[in-house]
Ligand binder design. Structure first.
Ligand code: FE2
Ligand code: FE2
Length: 170
């Protein structure tokens, strides 16, 4: 298992370096949208899964993906786009929605899968994320494309992918 994880990490790094070396479009908005899709699919899978083991493993993937995603948005992406009255309001709402998402994630992490509230909490988490993603994709991201130029979007994308590889955000 550990060997398998090492191989996966190695392959992920190799793929990232390949894309970076080819100058493939690393637009941060494209990458954040891909994360949104991935988490939505994992949440669906989590609600359908039947064994405790698969629930635990899917939830830990969601937990990790959301923490990385939210951390980057809060530290890098949101500060860079809160430049107008409209984006400032959207960003402030996003911070509050992230807080709600984090509270639910922490609750679910602590609770037993057998708890009768488990499914209700995961369902509400899914609903809040749906709402949050809709606001980001339909309102904030189009504004961000006006505020940031192509190079800034690409630099941010590269920075995010590197931070996913375990390198610190600066
Ligand atoms: Fe997001
Ligand atoms: Fe967000």
């Amino acid at each position: 298992m550990i060997f398998f994880e090492k191989v996966v990490t190695f392959l992920k790094k190799a793929i990232l370096n390949f894309y970076l070396s080819k100058g493939v479009d690393m637009n941060i908005i494209t990458i954040l949208k891909a994360d949104h899709k991935e988490v939505a699919a994992l949440l669906k899978k989590l609600l359908k899964s039947e064994t405790a083991q698969s629930k635990e493993s899917i939830f830990s993937k969601i937990y990790e993906a959301l923490n990385l995603h939210a951390r980057f948005e809060e530290k890098v992406f949101y500060p860079a786009v809160r430049k107008t009255a409209k984006t400032k309001d959207l960003v402030l709402e996003s911070y509050v929605e992230h807080d709600m998402i984090k509270i639910l994630l922490a609750d679910i992490r602590k609770m037993s899968i057998k708890d009768e509230l488990w499914k209700a909490k995961v369902t509400v988490l899914q609903e809040i994320i749906k709402h949050h993603v809709k606001e980001e994709e339909q309102e904030l991201f189009p504004q961000a494309k006006r505020i940031l130029d192509k190079d800034q979007l690409k630099d941010m994308g590269e920075k995010y992918l590197r931070s996913k590889e375990g390198k610190d955000l600066k």
